[in-house]
Design a protein around this ligand. Structure first.
Ligand SMILES: CCCCCCCCCCCC/C=C/CC(=O)SCCNC(=O)CCNC(=O)[C@H](O)C(C)(C)COP(=O)(O)OP(=O)(O)OC[C@H]1O[C@@H](n2cnc3c(N)ncnc32)[C@H](O)[C@@H]1OP(=O)(O)O
Length: 280
C-alpha cells in the first residue's frame, strides 16, 4: 500500500529537473541541482532517522524515481543536526508481529538492493552519527565524506546482543577487508571520524557541509567523460558478489532474521537497550 507520504515523495521527484526543489515530505527531502542533475536526498525522520518501514519505503521509492528520471548522481545525507541515522528503528524489532517484522525486513532488503546496485554515482555525506543501519547506508554508497570530527560510525550490533547480517558484513568487508571487519564487528566497534578515515571506512573528513559538497562534486566529476553504461556495468561487476548473495538468499535471510529476533532473550535485550536510550 502506498502511504500519502510516499506518494508526496514520488510525485515531487517526478517533476522535471528544471529547478532544485524540496519534496515537502517530512521523511525524505529531495533537491536536484538543475545544472548538474545531482540529487541531494536528505533523511528527516525525527528524532534520529530511525530506519522504520515507512522511511525505508520512502528511500526506496526515492532511489527508484531518481533513476527513472535520469538524475546524474545522488548524495545521501540527513537534515537532522548531528544525526546521519541511528540505524534500524529498534521499536520496529521489539515486540513486532511476524507480519510486521517480515514487512520491515523485506523493505530493508529492497531498499539496500536498490541503493547498492544503482548505476548512479552515489556519495554519503555523513553529517552526524552513523551507527549500525546508518553505517550500512553510508557504506552502500560509493564515496563517503564525513563532516566534522565528533561523530562515530560502525556496525555495533554485537553490543546490542545482535549480529550484523551477512550482507551488512560483506558490505564492510568490501571496504575495509576481512581482518578489520572481523575485529570491528566482533567487538561492535564504533569508529571515531579519525579512526574511520585511517582505516578507509570513510574517504574524506572535512570541516563543513560546503566542503563536503565540493568533495562530492569532485567525485562526480571523475565520471564526466566516462560513458554511463561502462561505469554502471563496472560498478555492477565489482559489487556482484555481495549483491548476489542477498538476491539469491532473501527468503533464507528473512527466516534467519525472524527466528533470531523473536527469541525471548533477544527481545529482552532489545527492550533493555530501548529503555537505556530513553533514560539518557
Ligand atoms: C542466537 C542469538 C543471536 C541473536 C541475534 C539476532 C540478530 C538477528 C539479526 C538482526 C539484525 C539487526 C540489525 C540491526 C542493525 C541496527 O541498525 S540496530 C540499531 C542500532 N543503533 C544504535 O545502537 C544506535 C542507538 N542510538 C544512539 O546511540 C543514539 O540515539 C544516537 C547517537 C544515534 C543519537 O544520540 P542523541 O542525539 O543523544 O539522541 P538520544 O537521546 O539517544 O535518542 C533520541 C530518541 O531516539 C530514540 N532512539 C535512538 N536510537 C534509536 C533506534 N535505533 N531505534 C529507535 N529509537 C531510537 C531514543 O530512545 C530517544 O527516544 P526518546 O526521545 O527518549 O523517546
Amino acid at each position: 500500500m502506498t502511504t500519502v507520504l510516499q506518494h508526496v515523495v514520488r510525485r515531487s521527484i517526478l517533476r522535471p529537473f528544471a529547478k532544485s526543489f524540496s519534496s515537502g515530505s517530512p521523511l525524505v527531502d529531495v533537491q536536484v541541482n538543475d545544472k548538474t542533475g545531482v540529487a541531494i536526498v536528505k533523511m528527516g525522520r525525527a528524532p534520529v532517522n530511525g530506519l522504520n518501514t515507512e522511511l525505508l519505503g520512502a528511500l526506496n521509492d526515492t532511489f527508484d524515481s531518481l533513476e527513472k528520471n535520469k538524475a546524474t548522481g545522488m548524495i545521501l545525507s540527513s537534515s537532522i543536526p548531528n544525526i546521519y541515522s541511528a540505524g534500524l528503528d529498534i521499536s520496529e524489532m521489539y515486540n513486532g508481529t511476524p507480519e510486521n517484522l517480515t514487512k520491515f525486513w523485506n523493505t530493508l532488503q529492497s531498499m539496500w538492493i536498490n541503493l547498492y546496485s544503482t548505476p548512479l554515482p552515489t556519495v554519503a555525506l555523513i553529517n552526524g552519527n552513523a551507527p549500525a543501519g546508518g553505517c550500512l547506508l553510508a557504506m552502500s554508497c560509493e564515496y563517503r565524506v564525513m563532516v566534522g570530527s565528533k561523530f562515530v560510525i560502525g556496525l555495533n550490533e554485537t553490543q546490542l546482543g545482535l549480529f550484523a547480517p551477512k550482507w551488512f558484513q560483506d558490505t564492510m568487508v568490501s571496504i575495509i577487508g576481512p581482518r578489520q571487519t572481523e575485529l570491528a564487528l566482533t567487538s561492535g566497534k564504533l569508529f571515531s571520524a579519525q579512526e574511520a578515515l585511517k582505516i578507509g571506512l570513510i574517504d574524506e573528513l572535512v570541516a563543513s557541509e560546503e566542503e563536503a559538497l565540493a568533495s562530492s562534486d569532485k567525485f562526480f566529476g571523475l565520471f564526466k567523460r566516462i560513458p554511463g553504461y561502462a561505469r554502471g556495468q563496472t560498478k555492477n561487476f565489482v559489487r556482484a558478489e555481495v549483491l548476489d548473495w542477498l538476491l539469491k538468499n532473501r527468503e533464507h535471510d528473512t527466516k534467519v532474521f525472524l527466528n533470531s529476533i523473536q527469541l525471548p532473550h533477544v527481545q529482552k535485550g532489545l527492550g533493555l537497550y530501548l529503555q537505556s536510550l530513553k533514560k539518557k
